[in-house]
Write a protein that binds this ligand. Structure first.
Ligand SMILES: Nc1ncnc2c1ncn2[C@@H]1O[C@H](COP(=O)(O)OP(=O)(O)OP(=O)(O)O)[C@@H](O)[C@H]1O
Length: 260
């Protein structure tokens, strides 16, 4: 039995890299059940690499990653949403969502029923029998999210899931994700290069950065976003969090730059 408050993900002293190239080092992080953690950092700092290691797709060179075991019936420890929805064009929407459920010991009927739950969570139950090519980009990404949720993961990993969408669709999906996380039991670890998106969505934002040029990146800061959910960019406190994060990542303009 899992302790209900025990972390769903624990990383201790993690080092990651490719051959002799160390990309990240000394990574320590715990993610609590149902927590939403965003990871931000400059391009190439290692956000996707770390997410892959968390999901068990890449072995650490040092340290370890522990994912707690899923307890719900026919569920998985984790699932992943990518930048592109990666739907199979020859399978209808519902059949795409059922894909993740194969191999979980469910009957065909059970798989069909289970696929409809997350589709309704993302507002697509009406489109269950459509072909992917007949959906908009935002709808296709919702199908990708539904497919990842169908397995009732303890942790949902999302790698820049909205970055390929137009600005309006992106905003809509951001607010939908806030609603969805309140109705789902999954913790979410979300990679983005968009600091405002991280402040809109996350309970905590992990800043990855290199301490020195050429050195592997590590966790520079973890910022708790203590604003109530259903956030808006205009609300008080929002910009303060964005600015603090920008300074840590090193994208904030220096005073000389702003006055010249
Ligand atoms: N399979 C691989 N083999 C060798 N090097 C890799 C591999 N995957 C990633 N890297 C390197 O690891 C570093 C981190 O890449 P990663 O994609 O994790 O960064 P990122 O922070 O997600 O970047 P971005 O924001 O641009 O997507 C980069 O220098 C990249 O070139």
């Amino acid at each position: 039995m899992n302790d209900a408050s025990a972390p769903v993900l624990t990383a201790r002293g993690v080092r990651l890299g490719f051959a002799d190239d160390v990309v990240l080092d000394d990574i320590d992080l715990e993610v609590a059940p149902r927590e939403f953690v965003a990871m931000v950092g400059a391009s190439g700092v290692g956000k996707s690499t770390l997410l892959r290691a968390f999901a068990g797709l890449l072995a650490p060179q040092r340290g370890d990653v522990h994912l707690s075991t899923a307890e719900a019936s026919a569920s998985r420890d984790c699932s992943m949403v990518f930048q592109a929805p990666r739907l199979f064009p020859w399978r209808r929407v519902r059949a795409n969502v059922e894909l993740g459920l194969e191999g979980l010991g469910l009957s065909r009927d059970e798989r069909r029923t289970r696929a409809m739950e997350p589709l309704s969570l993302v507002g697509l139950e009406e489109l269950a029998e459509r072909w992917p090519r007949t959906l908009s980009g935002g709808q296709q990404q919702r199908v990708g999210i539904a497919r990842a949720l169908a397995v009732r993961p303890r942790v949902l990993f999302m790698d820049e899931p909205f970055s390929a969408l137009d600005a309006l669709t992106r905003q809509r999906l951001q607010s939908e994700l806030t609603e969805l996380r309140q109705r789902s039991d999954a913790a979410i670890v979300f990679v983005t290069h968009d600091i405002e998106e991280a402040v809109l969505l996350a309970d905590r934002v992990v800043v990855l950065a290199k301490p020195d040029k050429g050195a592997p990146a590590t966790v520079r800061d973890i910022v708790t976003i203590d604003l109530p959910l259903a956030r808006r960019r205009e609300q008080s406190g929002f910009r303060d969090h964005v600015q603090r994060l920008e300074q840590h990542i090193g994208v904030a303009a220096t005073p000389e730059e702003t006055t010249s």
